[in-house]
Design a protein around this ligand. Structure first.
Ligand code: FES
Length: 161
């Protein structure tokens, strides 16, 4: 009898160990999976695209509404300048200075009311959004970059580039 009680006790202990080990083995992939999930979250947690902060101090013509200037930002836009316009309503636009028709450079107008003119062919583009205003080669427009805030005190214009 005494042996039977011990055997039952041992049986229960051993069974508990086996079941416990089984549960642990079953749970392991989920533990690793949850670790993987955390890693994925970390990878996806890359900071969102940040704006480039362009200092307009060297470009005083852009500090007043109506100003337009071709500005090259070192290391950005494959070395091609941007056409930056400070519109009369206070908004800014930033456009690529390369015409998509045959990759010719475009010229900035003398003020925000003018058109951006291709140097190779008579296509003219809007300073607002780079769309084709007039010209023989339809279906082309200038790439427009997202403009963020303009800090007039610091003279910093945010451009997503
Ligand atoms: S390259 Fe600009 S219109 Fe032809």
């Amino acid at each position: 009898m005494k042996d039977n009680k011990l055997n039952r006790r041992d049986f229960i202990l051993n069974t508990t160990k086996v079941v416990g080990a089984g549960l642990a083995i079953t749970a392991l992939p989920q533990v690793f999976q949850s670790c993987d999930s955390e890693e994925v979250v970390t990878i996806n947690n890359v900071p969102p695209d940040t704006f480039y902060e362009l200092d307009l101090t060297p470009h005083p013509e852009l500090l007043t509404p109506g100003g337009v200037k071709k500005v090259k930002i070192e290391g950005k836009n494959q070395g091609n300048p941007l056409i930056i316009t400070h519109h009369k309503d206070g908004k800014f636009s930033a456009l690529d200075s390369i015409c998509k028709h045959m990759n010719c450079a475009v010229d900035a107008p003398s003020d925000s009311e003018g058109t951006i003119n291709c140097q190779c062919h008579p296509n003219h583009y809007s300073t607002v959004d780079g769309s084709l205003s007039s010209g023989p080669f339809a279906g082309f427009k200038l790439t427009k970059f997202i403009v963020g805030k303009f800090d007039a005190d610091k003279k910093i214009l945010e451009i997503k580039i």
